[in-house]
Design a protein around this ligand. Structure first.
Ligand code: NI
Length: 204
């Protein structure tokens, strides 16, 4: 038995607990979707890490295969209607903007749709954007691990009235990593090629 005062207290505690849960959830979502920039300072931002994937020529690769050059990494998929093509076009233009310095950068598309994006599909797609663009796919588990390392959100979404069957929602940041695969910076998908090229040059 509880008197009205105790019931009121219980309700108050329940509301406080709910608000704390909502607050923590929002904070976690913010950190997940909006990694902070690492502008100087000694603290390493926990974005990036080891990956084992398959390139667009069907060759098994790891992050170590890209060591020694900066990596410009974008997660997307070949059936993406507009955001990915725009982001990849921007990356391609940034590479051209860099001129000879582009040799020191590897632009990479990692698919979030490994079921449809086989190496052959990736090859045709990346070659349409830039001769240097590398397409990476893998097993769903390999992709999930790489996406987790880069804090990339992706989620399959069923499309009712489309022959495509499904789409994949995903976050659209472009990550700039150093020659050892450590995080340097990131860009929104709507950054300009000039902005990206400029920041790359400042890190070379
Ligand atoms: Ni996309």
């Amino acid at each position: 038995m509880s008197n009205p005062q105790q019931r009121g207290l219980k309700r108050g505690l329940a509301i406080v607990a709910a608000l704390v849960v909502i607050g923590l959830g929002a904070f976690a979502a913010y950190n997940w979707l909006a990694p902070s920039k690492d502008e100087g300072g000694s603290g390493q931002v926990a974005i990036g890490g080891a990956f084992e994937l398959v390139d667009h020529n069907g060759r098994a690769v790891t992050d170590k295969d890209f060591a020694g050059r900066l990596m410009l990494i974008y997660f997307g998929f070949t059936h993406c209607p507009d955001i990915c093509p725009t982001g990849l076009q921007t990356i391609a233009m940034a590479m051209d903007e860099l001129g000879s310095a582009a040799d020191k950068v590897t632009p990479i598309l990692i698919t979030v749709d490994p079921e449809r994006d086989t190496p052959a599909v990736m090859k045709e797609y990346v070659e349409a954007f830039h001769e240097r663009l590398v397409g990476l796919t893998g097993t769903p588990e390999q992709i999930a691990k790489a996406a987790r390392a880069y804090r990339v959100y992706y989620q399959k979404v069923a499309l009712k009235d489309s022959s495509l069957g499904y789409s994949v929602d995903h976050s659209g940041f472009i990550y700039l990593m150093d020659g050892q695969g450590r995080y340097l910076s990131h860009f929104r998908h709507d950054a300009t090629p000039e902005q990206i090229a400029q920041r790359i040059k400042s890190k070379l």
